[in-house]
Design a protein around this ligand. Structure first.
Ligand SMILES: *Cc1c(COP(=O)(O)O)cnc(C)c1O
Length: 360
């Protein structure tokens, strides 16, 4: 068996150790005689799996006691609606920072429910940078301020935490959660689809300060009210049990690696290797301003796009897949989440160097 080096943005690579453990436990989890997939979500075996996943996540992110952890479905995309439905709390307006493709979708959905003040936008430079907070125009009566912590497509990431005073800060961390320690107390709500840096698709993680729960708009569907999921321990209906189980294995793996401080150290080293190469190259280009560059998703282009196909074909021959850029931007994108080892990035950089020498 040969496993590829998978640079996909999501669903993305998982640690091999986690997949091996899931495989070993597939038919018979801990002498229960069943696969986790077959278990009653209300049985004690499965309940213990979900409880451990939550406890490990709380430990990894040092989540304060007054924050609830929810295991939901519907993807980060459903959070684009659930956030305004639950957090407007009678207010008419919310502030959004427009940083790229994912922020754009969040803004569009929020406009169904409230007036959106675009407090700042990177559109003037095609979303290749993040406007600094000094340029933001926040509204005094905003219900919350929404940011996209890491733009998975554009490759810009906040390396600072915005200051929003008493107004709750909401962050879409779909593609950089668990890549570094986060001071959860600085946020009112954090959400993330699992399939980038947590686990399999089908699970959406929400971390919400408890005082923000319980004030959903009138006629909010039961499933879209955070209160429903808080009161029922994310088991109002059947949760995505297998995805939560694998996410839990990833949390245990992260703890064995040394936790999020160690992951941040590795992620900085991986990103530096790739960006240093790009900056030294006259053949490949990174479009993103250096201080806003994502450690997770690295878009880059070849100066001559006619060589794109040859670059990708050669990468595949070297065991590297999913390097093609998002259809909306073209070029290349290397997603280098927690599960991508530095050796994988070295292999990529070696291929880029070889290709540049042959064609540059
Ligand atoms: C992938 C992604 C989404 C959408 O996630 P789904 O789980 O597919 O709904 C939203 N925001 C960001 C930043 C993403 O990377």
């Amino acid at each position: 068996m040969t496993r590829v080096l998978n640079f996909a943005a999501g669903p993305a690579a998982l640690p091999a150790e986690v997949l091996e453990q899931a495989a070993a436990e597939m038919l018979d989890w801990h002498a229960s005689g069943q696969s986790v997939m077959e278990m009653s979500h209300r049985g004690k075996e499965y309940m213990s799996i979900q409880a451990r996943a939550e406890a490990d996540l709380r430990e990894l992110l040092a989540i304060p006691a007054d924050y609830k952890v929810l295991f939901l479905q519907g993807g980060a995309t459903l959070q684009f609606a659930m956030v305004p439905l639950n957090l407007l709390r009678g207010k008419a307006r919310a502030d959004y920072v427009h940083s790229g493709e994912w922020a754009k979708k969040a803004i569009k959905e929020a406009r169904l429910f409230c007036e959106v003040n675009v407090a700042a936008s990177g559109e003037d430079r095609k979303f290749t940078y993040l406007p600094g907070q000094a340029e933001w125009k926040l509204s005094p009566d905003a219900a919350y301020v929404h940011i996209t912590a890491n733009e998975t497509i554009g490759g810009v990431e906040y390396h600072w935490t915005p200051q929003t005073g008493a107004v709750p800060l909401v962050a879409d961390m779909s593609s950089d959660i668990l890549s570094r320690p986060v001071d959860v107390a600085r946020y009112g709500l954090i959400y993330a689809g699992a399939q980038k840096n947590i686990g399999p698709a089908g699970l959406t993680l929400v971390i919400v300060r408890e005082d923000l729960v319980g004030q959903a708009a009138a006629k909010t569907p039961v499933m879209l009210d955070y209160k429903t999921h808080v009161e029922n321990g994310s088991m109002y209906n059947t949760p995505p049990t297998y995805s939560i189980y694998v996410a839990g294995l990833v949390f245990q793996w992260l703890k064995r690696q040394g936790g999020l401080a160690e992951m941040e150290r590795r992620n900085i080293a991986k990103a530096k290797l790739l960006y240093d190469f790009l900056d030294a190259s006259r053949f490949f280009v990174s479009p993103v301003r250096s201080e806003d560059r994502s450690r997770m998703n690295v878009p880059f282009t070849l100066r001559d796009p006619r060589l794109d196909e040859a670059f990708l074909a050669g990468a595949k021959e070297h065991g590297m897949v999913q390097l093609k850029g998002h259809r909306s931007v073209g070029g290349m994108r290397a997603s280098i989440y927690n599960a991508m080892p530095i050796e994988g990035v070295r292999t990529l950089v070696a291929w880029m160097g070889e290709f540049e020498r042959a064609h540059g």
